[in-house]
Design a protein around this ligand. Structure first.
Ligand SMILES: NC(=O)c1ccc[n+]([C@@H]2O[C@H](COP(=O)([O-])OP(=O)(O)OC[C@H]3O[C@@H](n4cnc5c(N)ncnc54)[C@H](O)[C@@H]3O)[C@@H](O)[C@H]2O)c1
Length: 340
């Protein structure tokens, strides 16, 4: 009989609390052995609600004192590389939220650490690759159903109702391209099976000037030609009045695929005095709840079967490189080349 994998949830904020709950109750063969956050109330709440795991406010102390097999890192993006390195050096398997890191130097640090520990599983949280609709779209494209892909179009817009959270997170988000559009950048690379050569970006602070002091906008866009000739268009924002709007289109020579073109919460149409309408997801957890669980199931399967997941540290490095080039193009204006 296999012993349950002892996994720690590090970071208990907007997404980390969900990962902790999934590890405690929804992933087979796992024990939520510890929770860690610099916010004491979050540690106490999680211990109480999630079966009394060990609680820590210091990551290094947790690594030194708590017997673990793996960590799930859902901490601010600028901390990822250092925590990946420390956890691997402590002999643990690592699942880390996107983005891999916020600078190329930190990406290299994470990639070097991963390369030094080939027998530890490393996985990055590009969860859309584990969402059933994107999995189906990928199968269709790979089977040739849309012909040669011509255009990838990805919209990722947070709901206006979450603007306070977005403003609070802005100082350490590293900007919309790295925080938000990075999901679409990963999808474009995955679905087009190619890399972008250069990027033109634009956008601004149309409703919330506050983002400008971080070199960011509240709505931004980018256009990238890919090496295989396909085009990719990205739009990321924080002010969707109707809810959490994640919409993707891939146009090919024979057919087009649209994923979530109307970001409806379910299949119900409401016919009332205002006309005919559908309600919309309001939070990333509503839209991607299944994907967040599926990716952790895959992480655990990789540990059990001693294999690596499809998403590699190189995918994290590439996505950050592209997002940083888009950020530079947005800040400086014009076209920026994307090189290794
Ligand atoms: N995949 C997705 O769809 C998705 C969605 C949201 C966030 N994220 C990513 O998850 C990460 C966290 O985002 P969030 O929105 O949950 O942030 P958040 O600010 O809500 O939570 C951050 C958590 O990290 C903890 N923390 C901070 N410093 C720490 C340290 N040194 N040691 C241990 N814990 C520490 C905080 O106490 C808090 O619990 C980011 O990298 C973000 O990009 C991914």
């Amino acid at each position: 009989m296999l012993h349950p994998l002892r996994i720690a949830a590090v970071g208990l904020g907007r997404l980390g609390r969900l990962h902790a709950e999934n590890l405690a109750f929804h992933i087979l063969g796992v024990e939520l052995a510890a929770v860690c956050s610099v916010v004491l109330d979050e540690v106490l709440e999680a211990r109480k609600a999630l079966g009394n795991p060990a609680g820590f406010m210091k990551f290094d102390e947790m690594l030194a004192r708590c017997p673990l097999d793996a960590v799930v890192l859902t901490t601010p993006s600028s901390l990822h590389a250092g925590q990946i390195e420390a956890a691997l050096n402590a002999g643990l398997h690592v699942f880390c939220e996107k983005p891999l890191a916020t600078t190329m130097a930190e990406c290299e640090r994470a990639a070097t650490a991963v390369a030094r520990h080939p027998h530890r599983v490393f996985m990055l949280g590009f969860m859309r690759r584990y969402d059933p609709s994107y999995v189906f779209a990928k199968q269709q494209i790979d089977a040739g159903a849309i012909g040669r892909p011509i255009l990838f179009r990805g919209y990722s817009v947070d709901p206006l109702s979450a603007i306070e959270d977005a403003l609070k997170y802005a100082p350490h988000s590293a900007g919309q391209f790295l925080d938000m559009a990075v999901h679409d950048i990963d999808l474009a690379r995955w679905l087009l099976k190619s890399e972008p050569r250069e990027v033109y970006a634009t956008g601004g602070c149309y409703a919330y000037e506050e983002f400008a002091k971080y070199g960011d906008g509240d709505n931004v866009a980018a256009l990238m030609p890919f090496e295989n000739g396909a085009m990719a268009f990205f739009f990321a924002g924080r002010t969707a009045p109707h809810g959490y709007n994640i919409e993707t289109e891939i146009i090919g020579t024979k057919a087009a695929l649209r994923i979530n073109a109307v970001p409806a919460r379910n299949r119900v149409e409401i016919l009332d005095a205002g006309g005919v309408r559908q309600t919309c997801d309001q939070h990333f957890i509503d839209r991607f709840g299944d994907a967040y669980r599926n990716e952790l199931v895959e992480f655990v399967a990789c540990i059990r079967k001693e294999r690596q997941p499809e998403i590699t540290v190189a995918d994290g490095v590439a996505a950050t490189r592209i997002a940083l080039a888009a950020t530079e193009a947005f800040r400086e204006g014009g076209v920026v080349g994307i090189r290794d």
